[in-house]
Design a binder for this molecule. Structure first.
Ligand SMILES: [Zn+2]
Length: 648
């Protein structure tokens, strides 16, 4: 295993500070004002740089990445801008040190580089846009070749909609990003990463504590060096910042009247291998369920087997809430635009204009609040789902998580639902899974999404088409939720069938894994199909006190694998809610979860803590990878030939 670095950002608060020169203590309000002045100053300068260089020509220069002297531009944003001679203009009568200007240039460089990236996406879309109608497969392929790596289908869809709207209004395609969008607004924050110890320094100050030293202005418009002073800000570190993690220069911002310190911290992490895995967790994206997973194991003979348990993170309720919030956001935006349009026709001193301006400002403020709520909910949901997925993988002893490639997901035209989750949430879930999996030493590999829910995972090597019905008992009707195979009689949830196929596509195509050099993400683009057989889990991991210690007798099934392929799962999964059958004792915690280690002690077997009231997630239950053919697990009842005799 290689050792890499794992960086994460912890959001901390700075409640007070000490002025180093005279030892005077500064309270939260004054500290927030001083940090706010610095953030405003930096943001003002950065905004001017961005506005001054928001042209197709300058974005092209930055995109080319070559300075006027013919050398490649430095990776650090502020250095690149200095090489190009794009200076930070200090407001008249204000004194700001070179390090403060650096912070402004860094922030401007990041905004402009984001513009360069969006411009690249736009150019790819404009160059390959079909004259009318939807993209066919050839259009998608041409587009993918031009797009930068890692652009999700949701981004392509949004950008295409924007281009079409421009085309409709202007009668032509946009020539450059700057025609389509005004210069982006720059947030009021201080990226201390661009500074050095002449402006700020961070260090540990005992266990769980850090001390940030930073120069802050004493007035809104500091006129000389005397208007700046060193402040020492004590910071309490959150528990998830490891003791041995290295603290990096933070970003400061003011929220309300509080100082927020976004503190990146870096710890060595082992890089999980991407090949040679035997046990995997495969995850399918649902419309609302967010994630449906299944465990899979590669046997010595190259077959893929699964225990047949469906793992599900069902975020339908949160998805509906997000849908309501998005509707509300559109409503407020329309209201704001409407008031603004009405104002433009009126003279400034008209009382109606003043009233309309007030209304527009109110709608703008509410719009901002709703946007913040959506962002917060998206982020919380993404980390909750990511945590669940990685906990499941750890409990299953999986070395790798296979997840559908979001880039290939959109081309497939999934059903549109009112309350469907946005592609953005899925991107955030992938980021969360990648991060948390890296901490746990588990690899994350994306596999092609095309056709995962169309073909039977159990027979035909990926060529038998499934029939989709609304429910298992409504076989004659056309539907979405349930999948039935006419050939092998498989009858299962649609997303569960897809998760099985994803697991197989990953485990069987491990030698096709490619790693992107810039993002470090792993992906499989070659489709290798194979059947997935359902086998029994070892009885010991699924028993409940008071329940018999042998598998449930199997039902009659058809086909060659009938002795180990049940048409339904052979053992009931524990109920996902809080209900348990009457008269049964609560499950013994240690029997089911103890093996997953101290990090998972908080997980209760029948309830997975998602952080949401209305999210239903399959509880995390330990399962060793030791199941199915070719394994050496002890048989609980060797004298019972009816159940164990013909397994090997
Ligand atoms: Zn089948």
């Amino acid at each position: 295993m290689a050792v890499g670095q794992l960086t994460a950002t912890a959001t901390c608060a700075a409640m007070s500070a000490t002025v180093e020169a005279d030892g005077r203590r500064v309270g939260e309000r004054i500290l927030a004002a001083r940090v706010g002045w610095l953030a405003h100053l930096v943001g003002q300068m950065a905004g001017q740089i961005v506005a001054g260089h928001w042209t197709g020509t300058d974005l092209a220069i930055l995109a080319a990445g070559v300075g006027p002297d013919g050398r490649a531009l430095p990776v650090k944003g502020w250095m690149a801008l200095r090489r190009l001679g794009w200076a930070a203009p200090v407001p008249d009568g204000v004194y700001a040190s070179d390090r403060v200007r650096r912070c402004a240039q860094e922030q401007a460089a990041r905004a402009l580089r984001l513009g360069v990236y969006r411009r690249e996406v736009l150019h790819a879309i404009v160059a390959t846009l079909p004259a009318d109608g939807r993209r066919d497969d050839a259009d998608w392929q041409a587009l993918r070749e031009l797009l930068p790596a890692g652009v999700t289908g949701a981004v392509v869809a949004n950008r295409t909609r924007q281009v079409r709207a421009y085309q409709h209004a202007q009668g032509r395609l946009p020539g450059d990003l700057t025609e389509l969008e005004a210069a982006p607004a720059v947030a009021a924050q201080v990226l201390l990463a661009a500074a050095d110890k002449q402006l700020a320094a961070i260090g540990r100050d005992g266990p769980g504590r850090a001390l940030l030293r930073v120069q802050l202005p004493l007035t809104a418009r500091p006129a000389s060096a005397a208007d700046w002073a060193w402040h020492a800000l004590p910071i309490t570190l959150p528990a998830h910042v490891a003791e041995h993690a290295r603290l990096c220069a933070p970003t400061l911002r003011v929220v309300g009247h509080r100082v927020r310190v976004d503190l990146p911290h870096r710890a060595p992490a082992t890089t999980a291998p991407v090949r040679g895995h035997r046990v995997a967790l495969g995850l399918d994206w649902g419309v609302n369920t967010l994630l449906t997973g299944t465990a899979g194991r590669l046997t010595d003979t190259g077959r893929v087997v699964t225990d047949g348990r469906m793992l599900r993170y069902d975020a339908t309720a949160v998805s509906a809430q997000l849908h309501r919030l998005r509707q509300h956001r559109e409503h407020l935006a329309a209201k704001r635009d409407h008031h603004t349009t009405l104002t433009t026709g009126l003279p400034d001193d008209d009382p109606r204009a003043r009233h309309l301006t007030v209304l527009a400002a109110r709608a703008t403020a509410e719009h901002g609040q709703v946007c913040a709520r959506i962002r917060h909910l998206n982020k919380t949901l993404a980390w909750s789902a990511g945590r669940w997925a990685v906990d499941q993988a750890v409990a299953l002893h999986a070395g790798v998580i296979y997840v559908e490639d979001l880039a290939t997901l959109a081309a497939r035209g999934r059903r549109k639902g009112n309350a469907r989750l946005s592609g953005q949430v899925r991107g955030q879930v992938v980021d969360a899974i990648v991060h948390l999996a890296a901490k746990a030493g588990i690899a994350v590999v994306t596999v092609p999404a095309r056709g995962t829910s169309r073909y039977c995972p159990r027979c035909g090597q990926g060529h038998t088409e499934l029939t989709h019905t609304p429910a298992p008992d409504r076989a004659g009707e056309r539907g979405w939720k349930w999948a039935i195979c006419g050939r092998c009689n498989l009858s299962t949830d649609r997303d569960h069938a897809a998760a099985m196929r994803i697991t197989a596509r990953g485990l069987l195509a491990q030698h096709h894994v490619r790693t992107d050099r810039t993002t470090g993400r792993h992906r499989i683009t070659t489709v290798v199909e194979g059947n997935v057989a359902t086998v029994r889990r070892p009885a010991t991991t699924i028993t409940t006190p008071g329940r018999k210690l042998r598998p449930t007798p199997k039902r009659p099934t058809v086909g060659k694998l009938s002795h180990r392929v049940p048409d339904r799962r052979t053992a009931p999964a524990p109920p996902s809610g809080g209900q348990r059958p009457a008269g049964q004792a609560p499950k013994n915690h240690h029997q089911t979860v103890a093996a997953s280690g101290p990090a998972h002690d908080h997980l209760k077997p029948r309830h997975h803590r998602t952080g949401f009231h209305h999210v239903h997630a399959t509880p995390v239950i330990t399962l060793t990878g030791d199941y199915g053919p070719g394994t050496t697990r002890p048989r609980p009842h060797p004298k019972r030939p009816k159940h164990t005799g013909k397994h090997r």
